[in-house]
Design a binder for this molecule. Structure first.
Ligand code: SAM
Length: 216
């Protein structure tokens, strides 16, 4: 991670055979997100996934949008190995070898161009400033007309919408007061500030929200 202190429930992944890790959350939400990706994906081009995690997602996404070349990225060395292991098992020929990418550090967009950028379940684990910096990099890395798909748990109109969300958000801010659920309206404003236009909210299972914005 970014050196931030997180509660044990924040980023759960269990060891599997070899280098493979399995995240129960990724197992639960992969189909719903992959279905959304299949609906919005461009006809061709490169999809960059930030903070890919175990690699379970990129395999599902590459199967859902086989017309795209998928580039998984991560910061954690064990997760980079896990992505490679999941890719090897799935033998998809439209996934590039995983790259180390520090998504909240400015500057990475100079080396990346993409038609679709996907980010799942990171913004509640980083600060407001890191989220804004990440959006600025996303806007710079997207080709004209490119899309950004953001997914995660968010406040709606400043409210936490279930007991589970309240418990999780409170556990995050008691580990680190700089992190926690972001508000949907702030996300939209920060996207606009970065040059990411017309963020369309899509309600997803288990109180999660996807937002799809376009490079301006
Ligand atoms: C909650 S997990 C989500 C992983 C994956 N997107 C998913 O939904 O299964 C958060 C992931 O973000 C990665 N991460 C944390 N900070 C990061 C950063 N600054 N840049 C890139 N990855 C980061 C962690 O290593 C972890 O795999």
């Amino acid at each position: 991670m970014t050196g931030r202190s997180l509660p044990p429930t924040a980023s759960v992944a269990h060891a599997q055979a070899g280098d493979k890790l399995r995240a129960p959350a990724a197992e639960r939400n992969a189909t719903a997100i992959a279905t959304l990706i299949a609906r919005i994906a461009p006809a061709e081009g490169l999809a960059l996934e930030l903070a890919s995690g175990t690699g379970q997602h990129v395999v599902a996404f590459a199967q859902a949008a086989p017309q795209l070349t998928w580039q998984p990225t991560e910061l954690a060395p064990d997760r980079l190995k896990s992505i490679a292991a999941h890719m090897a098992e799935a033998s998809c020929d439209n996934i590039l070898p995983p790259l180390r990418l520090h998504a909240t550090q400015s500057g990475w967009a100079a080396d990346h161009r993409a038609d679709l950028i996907v980010l799942i379940n990171l913004t509640h684990l980083i600060s407001d400033a890191e989220t804004r910096s990440l959006f600025a990099e996303v806007a710079q890395a997207l080709r004209p007309g490119g899309q950004f798909l953001l997914y995660g748990p968010f406040m709606r109109d400043g409210q936490l919408i279930s007991n589970g969300d309240r418990t999780f958000h409170n556990s995050l801010i008691s580990s680190d007061p700089m992190i926690g659920y972001k508000n949907d309206a702030d996300i939209r404003t920060w996207m606009e500030d970065a040059g990411l236009r017309n963020a369309e909210p899509v309600e997803m299972p288990a109180n999660n929200l996807a937002m799809i914005a376009r490079a301006g």
